[in-house]
Design a protein around this ligand. Structure first.
Ligand code: XBP
Ligand code: MG
Length: 240
């Protein structure tokens, strides 16, 4: 089946956003009068849990078990909303660029008439804040379908967000290619039946990505022709 659409993850794939997320989480903790601090090593581990609210809940259960029960979901949501505001400030200030090769690949795909979509765990507002600053003011319009945290309450590795995007595109998974950076993202995409390419990212430490078509350091120099060839081989592995 011919390649018709590229579906991009956002955090770690389009841009190295996780450091900005980490700084924003710590800012929110401080603004809420908490002595919590997520350093880089801890955050790397916490990234095993996707979704900011879910990550805070997980941190409480693991590191502050005596306090966990007193934290209502609404209070976590309020703190996470504050974190989102701080994150917007960081990405809107232009501190987080697109990763190497991303802009060129998206531009080539648009010229070629390939359909583009996004499947992310973070919120739609976070995606637009990033793209408007790092790509172009109208960059959200380049993506025919944007599946975000609001659209899929079951976060990756659950495939819900990918099923949502495939439904919006009205395409079978075999006509698409997903680009991901994390194991949770890969699992989500594979569970939706999507051929998936990995671009390794700064915060994800992983030795193997089972089921990935390819594991790349980044998208620098990766052309549409190369992705289409990977996709073609995934369709007919026996033919080589
Ligand atoms: C991204 C996430 C998100 C971000 C923070 O995972 O897990 O939770 O870390 O964003 P993926 P929010 O790249 O696999 O989609 O705080 O808005 O959840
Ligand atoms: Mg990611």
């Amino acid at each position: 089946m011919e390649l018709r659409a590229l579906i991009f993850d956002v955090d770690g794939t389009l841009a190295e956003t996780e450091e900005a997320h980490r700084v924003a989480f710590n800012g929110a903790f401080a603004d809420f009068g908490l002595d919590w601090h997520w350093d880089g090593a801890l955050y790397r581990k916490l990234l095993a849990v996707t979704g900011g609210r879910e990550r805070i809940r997980h941190f409480l259960a693991e590191s502050r078990p005596a306090e966990a029960a007193a934290w209502a979901d609404a209070r976590i949501a309020e703190m996470h909303k504050h974190k989102t505001g701080l994150y917007h400030g960081l990405v809107s200030g232009g501190q987080v660029p697109l990763r190497p090769g991303v802009a060129a690949l998206i531009a080539e795909a648009r010229r070629a008439g390939l359909r583009l979509a996004i499947a992310t765990t973070t919120s739609r507002g976070n995606v637009s804040a990033l793209l408007e600053s790092a790509a172009a003011p109208d960059a959200m319009d380049w993506f025919e379908a944007v599946g975000a945290g609001e659209d899929a309450p079951a976060k990756k590795p659950d495939p819900e967000v990918y099923f949502h995007v495939l439904g919006r595109l009205r395409l079978p998974p075999a006509a698409c290619l997903a680009v991901e950076d994390s194991l949770n993202g890969l699992r989500a995409a594979c569970a939706a039946g999507l051929p998936t390419v990995i671009t390794r990212s700064a915060y994800v430490e992983c030795d193997s990505y089972p089921g990935a078509l390819a594991v790349l350091d980044d998208l620098q120099g990766v052309t549409l022709a190369r992705l289409a060839e990977m996709h073609r081989r995934a369709q007919a592995p026996a033919a080589g």
